[in-house]
Design a protein around this ligand. Structure first.
Ligand code: HEM
Ligand code: CA
Length: 270
């Protein structure tokens, strides 16, 4: 391990207090780190993952990144207070703290990501997954990112927290009854509820027949329709510890895509 040039404990405490003041920030920080990495192409080795390239045009204006100005702005005061941390490290660390804050796994943090200087390195639009599509599309996006079917299912389990907003994506509502908790309930809901089309939303999304309060995207539903994905949904629905540890590994891999010479930070407690 190697101490970073910023106060990790102070930073962690400050991220936790931002989230405790505004619980909806937690899930949005996870989505920010994911979309920042999700521009990668592991074959072409481009797309500037984990470089905070999303601060710049054209990437900040891609439709898939709508709403992510909220967590980016929320972290600005911490970038001012801890100027030695890169934006890229800050976004990843904030996501790790949010996951643990909500009851998810603790993910060992490595630092040393280098910020993009401008938007010239941004990947093209269209690399993030489209929620209106199903297994062929989901598999092609996650294969391009370098993930297996099992890692893909584990990662999408992040829909255990947070919600969709009409004004950002055209979809509405949370996937689970506790949108501020992080566990395997996305998978248990997916298997246990009776999912029907929600007639009130213009885009096609599903709702649970029992309460009509929960939602699933077509891209979530494909995880139980595709037999290769479904075995992992069943595994994670039965075993929360297995979900937590597989999610932690896959999310660490996601947030280290395209990086070089990262250093292990010392462990810091919440
Ligand atoms: C939210 C799509 C994979 C984490 C959303 C939203 C959409 C979406 C449409 C709603 C955005 C809004 O209206 O605010 C997808 C699709 C995926 C995918 C199509 C893959 C097929 C992932 C992955 C992660 C993730 C891999 C993280 C590891 C989240 C979180 C939210 C979210 C935490 C909630 C954000 C909030 O509450 O503000 N996703 N997603 N998603 N996504 Fe995904
Ligand atoms: Ca990027």
């Amino acid at each position: 391990t190697e101490n970073p040039p910023f106060d990790l404990q102070g930073l962690r405490d400050d991220i936790e207090s931002l989230i405790s003041d505004n619980l909806s920030l937690g899930p949005s920080l996870i989505r920010l780190a994911w979309h920042e990495a999700g521009s990668y192409d592991c074959f072409k080795k481009d797309g500037a993952p984990n470089s905070a390239s999303m601060r710049f045009k054209p990437e900040c204006a891609y439709a898939g990144n709508k709403g992510l100005e909220v967590p980016r702005k929320a972290l600005e005061p911490l970038k001012k207070k801890y100027p030695q941390i890169s934006y890229a490290d800050l976004w990843v660390y904030a996501a790790y703290v949010a996951i643990e804050y909500m009851g998810g796994p603790s993910i060992p943090f490595c630092w040393g990501r280098v910020d993009a200087k401008d938007g010239s390195v941004c990947g093209p639009d269209g690399r993030l997954p489209d929620g209106s599509q199903t297994q062929d599309h989901v598999r092609s996006v996650f294969t391009r990112l370098g993930f297996t079917d099992q890692e893909t299912v584990a990662l999408i389990g992040a829909h255990t927290c947070g919600e969709c907003h009409i004004k950002y994506s055209g979809y509405e509502g949370p996937w689970t009854h506790d949108k501020n908790g992080f566990d395997n309930s996305f998978f248990t809901q997916l298997l246990e509820e009776d999912w029907v089309v929600n007639p009130k939303i213009e885009k096609m999304q599903m709702m649970d027949r029992a309460t009509t309060r929960l939602m699933m995207l077509p891209s979530d539903m494909c995880l139980i329709l595709d037999p290769k994905y479904r075995r992992y949904v069943e595994l994670y629905a039965k075993d929360n510890d297995r979900f937590n540890s597989d999610f932690a590994k896959a999310f660490k891999k996601l947030t280290e895509l395209g990086t070089k010479n990262l250093r292990n930070a010392p462990a810091v407690s919440s």
